[in-house]
Design a binder for this molecule. Structure first.
Ligand code: ADP
Ligand code: MG
Length: 310
């Protein structure tokens, strides 16, 4: 058995056939069609202390916010509207009621902002690390979700915002340089899921495929290519890098392109659309979909791989 993250997911998938009309493992959300012209979207994501966050570096409020934000991002990635969430939390005894209350404040703030109701979950003690798993439910018009598998040869490849800011923020945190650029640190913690943008893209003719960028496009774009049976050429000079990230990269001799392509946790939308599609949101065109299965990085001599979980 292949115990890489994706090998493991593939082997689970092969044992659980998906009921007809539903979409199962392999996209940002599962899709369950209802009888009233609406599709239900479902996704869940887990955050583990020490692996997804360092408790001493993130505030309880920020963690509550971010745990919901990364889940809402998967609903956004399908072009869906958030409906509700379920939160399971395993709490170590070292966390006091003040911490928990601030965590709930962050959770509550982002949930109200996106009208996403917390409808249930589970609470338990953890012998060691804090662990939060959130499930989210959203909806979209029947058959209108944007899948990873829809990319077509000739499509332009677009992203909804700057890449690498979150990875830059994390690097500042890890290197004790938070004060150099608090804005990047903020972007690492207070993730803004692109929900409105996802909804606009889902109703825009000519937009074919979409996902959110959680592991860096060097990894995430490969998912679109594999699911769609196509290749891509990315123009590395067109990768949008913010002035803040450029400044940090100069100051600390970091590789901006590496952070933008491989860093992850930007939670921007990655989508493909026919060249004449009139894209209704701010975006950057970074390349094009081509025949084959290869991902080429134009303007760079090397290959890039995204974040690997294990
Ligand atoms: P994302 O980054 O969008 O959250 P992931 O890369 O985590 O997506 O997961 C890819 C796909 O695999 C998703 O469809 C997810 O639901 C599915 N998946 C991941 N882990 C498991 C698991 N343990 N059992 C079943 N499906 C899983
Ligand atoms: Mg996703």
């Amino acid at each position: 058995m292949d115990f890489s993250e994706f090998g493991l997911i593939d082997s689970i998938r092969s044992r659980f056939p998906v009921p007809s009309k539903m979409l199962g493992i392999g996209d940002d959300c599962a899709i369950i069609p209802q009888h009233d012209g609406v599709d239900t979207l479902v996704s869940s994501d887990m955050l583990i202390e020490g692996s997804h966050f360092i408790l001493s570096e993130i505030s309880a409020y920020q963690l509550g916010w971010k745990a919901v934000a990364v889940n809402l991002s998967d609903i956004a990635a399908m072009g869906g509207k958030p409906v509700s969430s379920f939160m399971s939390i395993a709490l170590p005894s070292r966390l006091n009621s003040e911490w928990i209350s601030a965590f709930i404040d962050g959770y509550h703030e982002i949930s109200s902002r996106y009208a996403c109701a917390l409808l249930g979950g589970d609470t338990t003690a953890s012998p060691d690390r804090l662990c939060v798993n959130i499930g989210v439910i959203g909806n979209c018009h029947n058959g209108k979700a944007l899948l990873r598998s829809g990319a077509q040869v000739g499509d332009k490849i677009c992203v909804s915002g700057h890449l690498g800011n979150s990875a830059g923020g994390l690097k500042l945190i890890m290197e004790g340089e938070r004060n150099y650029c608090p804005k990047l640190v903020e972007q690492h913690y207070m993730v803004v899921p692109r929900v409105e943008e996802g909804l606009l893209l889902a109703s825009c003719p000519g937009v074919h495929a979409m996902m959110d960028i959680s592991d860096g496009i060097a990894s995430d774009l490969r998912h679109i290519l594999k699911a769609s049976g196509v290749g891509a050429e990315v123009d590395t000079a067109a990768i949008p890098i913010s002035a803040e990230l450029s400044s940090c990269c100069q100051q600390f001799s970091w590789d901006a392109l590496e952070l933008a392509l491989c860093g992850g946790e930007d939670y921007e939308l990655l989508f493909t659309a026919s060249v004449d599609a009139n894209i209704p949101i701010e975006h950057y065109v970074i390349g094009q979909v081509v025949e084959g299965s290869k991902l080429s990085w134009l303007g760079s001599q090397r290959d890039y791989m995204g974040y690997r979980h294990f």
